[in-house]
Design a protein around this ligand. Sequence first.
Ligand code: GRF
Length: 207
Amino acid sequence: MRVAVMASGRGSNFDALLKATRSERTSAEIVVVLSDQRGAAVLEKARGAGVPVEILDPGTPRGPWSPEGIEALRVALQRHRVEAVCLAGFMRIVPPEILREFPSRILNIHPSLLPSFPGLRAQRKALRAGVKVSGCTVHLVDEGVDTGPIVIQAAVPVEPDDTEDSLAARILEQEHRIYPQALFALAENRLRVEGRVVSVLSPEKRS
Ligand code: GRF
């Protein structure tokens, strides 16, 4: 399964996905990294690992993409014969036109136990809300922000002396663990989606 990673920043989840796909038995292969940020660290990581990169121009500073931006994204995905997409710190909404072309085949990772704390700075929101357990979520992407059906979650206890950074670091370790699991399940056709509920079949049960 040919996978595009879309990312805007540091790229630690890209790294985790790349290492997992290259070292474990899976049909998932990362064939391109797409970024809307020319200077993003993820691009250096990808180039260093021999993964092709492409820069996207959404054509607008935020919000909906321009028609040209959408078309360029579509062309890039076609050029690399992409079959599934992992968003990994991609700071733009995926255009609905592109979502429709990849039904239940676009994943995102978010650093909270959704549906709590969607959007930016989820770890800070969790600390401010005083929750005792936070974590991370891999979900299918729909037209909202961090609203799609949940695939896998991992819980991370909040410690009394946690800062935003210390909590984020412990959550990130779990992100790097569960994101490959979710991608492998997608690649092996082990996700069953019924409305909001996604079942992840164990490897023996796959059809
Ligand atoms: C992660 O915290 C992820 O959950 C969120 O954006 C961050 C990306 O980090 N969506 P990285 O670029 O993968 O290191």
